[in-house]
Design a protein around this ligand. Sequence first.
Ligand SMILES: Cc1cc2nc3c(=O)[nH]c(=O)nc-3n(C[C@H](O)[C@H](O)[C@H](O)COP(=O)(O)OP(=O)(O)OC[C@H]3O[C@@H](n4cnc5c(N)ncnc54)[C@H](O)[C@@H]3O)c2cc1C
Length: 264
Amino acid sequence: MYDFNYHKPASLDAALETFEGSDDGQFMAGGQTMIPVMKQRLAMPSDVIDLGAIETLNGICVDSGVVSVGAMTPHAAVAASDAVRGAIPALAELAGRIGDPHVRNRGTIGGSIANSDPAADYPAAVLGLNATVRTNRREIIADDFFINLFETALDEGELITAVDFPVADAAAYEKFENPASRFALAGVMVCRTGATVRVAVTGAGPCAFRATEMEHALAADFRPGALEGISIDPDGLNTDIHASAEYRAHLVGVLAGRAVKRVA
Ligand SMILES: Cc1cc2nc3c(=O)[nH]c(=O)nc-3n(C[C@H](O)[C@H](O)[C@H](O)COP(=O)(O)OP(=O)(O)OC[C@H]3O[C@@H](n4cnc5c(N)ncnc54)[C@H](O)[C@@H]3O)c2cc1C
């Protein structure tokens, strides 16, 4: 490991001030992605600003039909939260299926979505449940947040403080996971609120996206049969050692059907 300055500020203001004062600073949540990336020297920040001591970034609050999850809340806390299970069971279930116990206890929602890993689970929840990402500067709606592979709408030095999930009438998440890492080869979140249906896909493309043709079909007729004849175009989807684009496209259809069945 090369030399860098390590900071562990106790407040949001101190973290932002430290960032401003550094040459090439980077915020660190649980370090689940950042430490391996630094070890490989794919990132070489001058200053690592550990957010772990900022209590206001950690915690869950359910109020007025919104589940608000602090950026530093680990996946295990979301999975175990009675408040989340009661309000949006699909969100707690999704968090409980991320990685292994170590990853779930160190990894955070803020780190996960800031990273925009194409195979991460939370992006499907953010997009499917129509969440709002709160930062130190503004609020970003889900549809504007994920831009591309490892790219989000966050600006340099912008810090996620919380993610607000509106409580849906019903939602379900289905994923086909890599048996080693549990990252999603494909994952689909289906969410129904009133007459509105959202279908969000992760794992299949460069970043999470909405399957709008499926959404329209389900808004007209909410049952798995409504998806018959709708295929996902593999063009532009991911091909890697784990699965081809065609296989991922097929998985999206299968998983969407399963999720609709559970929601219905
Ligand atoms: C073995 C293994 C298996 C995994 N399996 C899965 C899986 O099945 N599903 C899944 O979804 N994920 C999986 N993950 C990813 C994991 O869940 C973490 O969410 C992810 O690695 C990010 O980790 P972190 O929260 O510790 O963030 P870090 O690694 O600390 O940070 C990641 C990035 O986000 C930035 N960042 C962190 N917090 C903030 C913030 N508040 N505001 C702005 N930027 C911020 C950092 O600067 C960095 O660029 C796995 C990881 C590992 C190591």
